[in-house]
Design a protein around this ligand. Structure first.
Ligand code: PLP
Length: 397
C-alpha cells in the first residue's frame, strides 16, 4: 500500500493533531484533499480515485499548451497576466474588476470569509450534509456551527436556516451542494438574502455550478446585496493542483477578506492555464456534456441493479450502500477503487465522484463485488478507529 499524495506526512500530522496542538490547527485551512485523505489515508498505486471530486480530464489542451509556453518566462512575476485574467474573468461573469478577487483556489476566500464574518457571537450556518471546510474555519474563530438538514428535495432549507441562527455571521449555501450534487433554487437564495440579519452575509459556493444549469448568485452581487460568491478552476476546468479561484462580491466585502490573507502573487502557471481555459469557447459546455453522459450512464447502471442514490446535477452524488458506508469504503479500496467519504447524518451513504467512463466501469464492477461479498461472507475489514472531532462530527483517522 502506498499513498499518491506528495506530502502524506503533513496530512497525517494534521489528522493526528492532539487538542494540545489546537492553536497550530487554528492556522490551518481544511481542504478537500485533507478531508479525502482522512477517509482514505492510503491505497494501492494505480487505484481508481473517485474520492475527492477531482476532474479526471485535468486541464484542457489549450491550458496544457499555455503551461508549457509560460515555463521559460516563469522566472518573472508576470503580474500583468494576473491582471489580464482578473479582467477576462470579471468580464465573463459580468462584473467589474473591483468585484472579482483572485486567489489560489476557492479554499482561501471560503476560509477568510468565515473568519471575517463569524465569531463567538456570530454563528456559521450551513447545510447538513454539506461541505465541511467552512465548519473548520468557524471552529478557528470559536463561532457556533449550526447545521441545518437539507430539505426533502435536498435543497438548502432557507427558512430553517434563518430560524436556526438569528445571530448568524455567515449563511453558507453550496450550489450545487457538495456532497449531494443537488440544487437550491435562485428564489430560495434570494429569500435568504432578503430575510437574513443585516450584519450577516450569504456565502454562495459555486464550485460545481458549471456542471449544472443553475443560474448564478453573481446576479445578487450585481444588485449590491450582502453576498459573496466563490468560483474555482479546480472542478470543471480540471485545475485542482494548479490552484486558481475567485471571490465575487461588493468591493467593501472583499476588503474585509484582505485582513486574513490572499492577494499574494498567483503562480504564473495557474494564471496561464486559467486564461487559456477561459478563452476556449466550447470548454464548459463540452465538459458538462461529458460529465452528464457518464453520470447518466452510472445512474442507469445503479437503477438496473437495484441500488439507490440521490439524483445529482453535479460531478458527485451520494450512493446508498444500505450498510455502514465506512466499511463499504474500506472494502472498495481493497478492490482498488477509492470512493469518497461519509457524512455522519447519512451513515449508510458514500460520496462518489463521477470519473471517466472506464473508471466508472471499474467502480461498478467493484461495487457489485463488494455488495455481493458483504451479503455472503460479511465484512472485509473491521471499522477503523475514530481520532478527530469537529463540532460533534467524527472524522476517521
Ligand atoms: N468548495 C467546495 C464546495 C468544494 O467541494 C471544494 C473542493 O472540493 C472547494 C470549495 C475548494 O476547492 P479549491 O480550493 O480547489 O478551489
Amino acid at each position: 500500500m502506498g499513498s499518491r499524495l506528495p506530502s502524506p506526512l503533513s496530512r497525517r500530522s494534521f489528522l493526528q493533531t492532539s487538542t494540545m496542538a489546537s492553536a497550530a490547527l487554528a492556522m490551518r485551512m481544511v481542504t478537500e484533499p485533507i478531508l479525502a485523505y482522512a477517509a482514505a489515508p492510503s491505497h494501492p498505486k494505480g487505484a481508481v480515485l473517485i474520492n475527492a471530486n477531482e476532474n479526471p480530464l485535468g486541464p484542457c489542451a489549450a491550458a496544457r499548451e499555455a503551461l508549457i509556453a509560460v515555463t521559460p518566462q516563469s522566472g518573472r512575476y508576470l503580474d500583468e497576466q494576473t491582471e489580464e485574467l482578473v479582467g477576462l474573468f470579471a468580464k465573463s461573469v459580468g462584473v467589474s474588476t473591483e468585484q472579482a478577487a483572485i486567489y489560489g483556489g476557492s479554499t482561501p476566500p471560503l476560509d477568510f470569509t468565515v473568519r471575517a464574518f463569524c465569531s463567538p457571537s456570530a454563528s456559521y450556518v450551513t447545510a447538513d450534509p454539506g461541505y465541511e471546510a467552512g465548519m473548520f474555519a468557524a471552529e478557528t474563530v470559536r463561532a457556533r456551527v449550526v447545521k441545518v438538514p437539507l430539505s426533502k428535495t435536498y435543497g438548502h432549507d432557507v427558512n430553517a436556516m434563518l430560524a436556526a441562527a438569528p445571530n448568524a455571521g455567515v449563511f453558507y449555501v453550496c450550489n450545487p451542494n457538495n456532497p449531494t450534487g443537488t440544487l437550491t433554487s435562485q428564489s430560495d437564495i434570494e429569500y435568504l438574502v432578503e430575510h437574513k440579519p443585516t450584519s450577516s452575509i450569504v456565502l454562495v459556493d459555486e464550485a460545481y455550478i458549471h456542471f449544472s444549469d443553475a443560474p448564478s448568485a453573481i446576479e445578487l452581487v450585481k444588485a449590491g446585496k450582502d453576498v459573496i460568491v466563490l468560483r474555482t478552476f479546480s472542478k470543471l476546468y480540471g485545475m485542482a493542483g494548479l490552484r486558481c479561484g475567485f471571490a465575487i462580491s461588493r468591493p467593501d466585502l472583499l476588503q474585509k477578506l484582505r485582513n486574513y490573507g490572499g492577494f499574494n502573487m498567483m503562480p504564473v502557471t495557474a494564471v496561464a492555464a486559467a486564461l487559456a481555459s477561459l478563452r476556449e469557447p466550447q470548454l464548459v459546455a463540452e465538459r458538462k456534456r461529458v460529465n452528464d453522459q457518464v453520470r447518466t450512464a452510472t445512474f442507469a447502471w445503479l437503477d438496473r441493479n437495484g441500488y439507490s442514490y440521490i439524483p445529482s446535477v453535479s460531478n458527485c452524488f451520494l450512493l446508498e450502500t444500505k450498510h455502514p458506508a465506512k466499511q463499504v469504503i474500506a472494502a472498495m479500496a481493497q478492490q482498488n477503487v477509492v470512493i469518497g467519504r461519509v457524512w455522519p447524518s447519512m451513515p449508510t451513504y458514500a460520496r462518489i465522484t463521477v470519473g471517466t467512463s472506464a473508471e466508472m466501469e471499474q467502480f461498478q464492477h467493484a461495487f457489485q463485488k463488494v455488495m455481493k461479498g458483504i451479503a455472503t461472507t460479511g465484512w472485509l475489514e473491521p471499522p477503523r478507529k475514530i481520532s478527530r472531532r469537529c463540532d460533534g462530527e467524527l472524522l476517521l483517522g
